[in-house]
Design a protein around this ligand. Structure first.
Ligand code: ACO
Length: 340
């Protein structure tokens, strides 16, 4: 018998405030900066994004996504024995967003009349920017396979609106806030079962400067610029090749071929990156889940948000092979091949 980590429930959450490209045009015009719906749609595919209320943090968005994922899996907070949160916009320097999330889940469980919540289980953050969810899923999968956990909450949650420079039109129109979560549970099968079939993650710090938020906290002050910086064309060039290699690596490790892939759920950075990657992999557009037009780039939240949308609208079905892939600051990249 082999242990697999199976996705038994998905959930996601988008903040209420939705900004269309026209809203961004007006917001930037107030700073004498020009942009247009046409430019944003043509270069990125984005039509709108969601921004969280100033009082709301990554753990708040994660909490909503986790409650939905737990409900979908038919699980309670007390069943969870591992929480991994991927975020680059944590609530605080420390404690981890995962610890804060764990407490919120516990309080909610107790308020619902349950005997206990998720308190006591390990909870930690993973930081791999837009590849964060792929990293988090890979770590949770490994822990389930070794018997260290049996029921994990794996979450991507971001409030990127907090780190955008609204004087930089090349970046501020690209990102949004949101959260997505999956419940990952141990199951035992003979031979090929459902669950995570293969995963691979990579990093190369030599590209750290083409996509970064370089500010830091020191001596009670923020030192350096705490807003997102990106060399868009350099990121674009690097991203397509890395995604292609990671996707092929995960498919091969799983003992499958690209023809076996029912769905590609890529990191939702930009429609052109997604189309270029799918084309290289010879996957037709009708096999690619795209949400970037509605959500913008929500960094670590983008893959679980897209996955949840496609599970709930019925496109992704039990037994199908789904290839998740991501690339982001670091540079980091990776892919996970999962049978639903
Ligand atoms: N509105 C209007 N014009 C703009 C805007 C804007 N919001 N932003 C840039 N421009 C202008 C530039 O100033 C430039 O004008 P110029 O020619 O007069 O100097 C022109 O548009 C072209 O600029 P480029 O940066 O060359 O535009 P490009 O076609 O490369 O598109 C983009 C920029 C969309 C960022 C592209 O490089 C890209 O998709 N990069 C990938 C990066 C990405 O998606 N990152 C997401 C985060 S990373 C990740 O998740 C992996």
């Amino acid at each position: 018998m082999k242990v697999y980590a199976r996705i038994t429930g998905t959930g996601s959450y988008l903040p209420e405030q939705r900004l269309t490209n026209q809203d961004m045009v007006e917001r930037l015009a107030a700073r004498n900066i020009e942009t247009s719906d046409d430019w944003i749609v043509e270069r990125t595919g984005i039509r709108s994004r969601h921004f969280a209320h100033p009082d709301s943090s990554s753990s708040d968005l994660a909490f909503q996504a986790c409650r939905r994922a737990l409900a979908a899996a038919g699980r309670k907070a007390a069943d969870v024995d591992l929480i991994v949160v991927a975020t680059s916009t944590p609530d605080m320097v420390f404690p981890s967003t995962a610890s804060i999330l764990q407490h919120k889940l516990t309080l909610a469980a107790l308020a619902d009349g349950e005997e206990r919540g998720a308190a006591g289980c390990p909870a930690f953050d993973v930081q791999a920017v837009c590849t964060g969810f792929i990293y988090a899923l890979t770590v949770a999968d490994a822990m389930i396979k070794t018997g260290a956990a049996r029921c994990a909450l794996v979450v991507g949650a971001e409030v990127f609106s907090r780190i955008l420079d609204f004087n930089d039109r090349t970046t501020c129109v690209l990102f949004g806030d949101g959260a997505g979560a999956v419940v990952l549970e141990a199951t035992e099968h003979e031979g090929h079962g459902s669950g995570i079939l293969a995963a691979e993650i990579h990093a190369d710090g030599k590209h750290r400067e083409i996509l970064c938020t370089p500010g830091t906290v020191s001596g009670g002050q923020v030192l350096g610029d705490p807003t997102l910086k990106m060399d868009g064309p350099a990121v674009f060039k690097l991203a397509v090749g890395l995604l292609d290699a990671a996707a092929r690596g995960a498919v091969e490790k799983a003992g499958l071929t690209l023809d076996d892939v029912d769905w590609l759920v890529p990191h939702q950075a930009n429609i052109r990156i997604m189309q270029s990657t799918a084309k290289k992999l010879k996957l037709t557009d009708d096999r690619v889940i795209v949400t970037v037009h509605d959500h913008g780039n929500t960094s670590a939240a983008s893959i679980p948000l897209a996955l949840d949308q496609a599970v709930h609208d019925g496109r992704i079905q039990q037994g199908q092979n789904v290839l998740l892939e991501g690339v982001g600051g670091g540079f980091t990249w990776g892919a996970v091949m999962v049978r639903m």
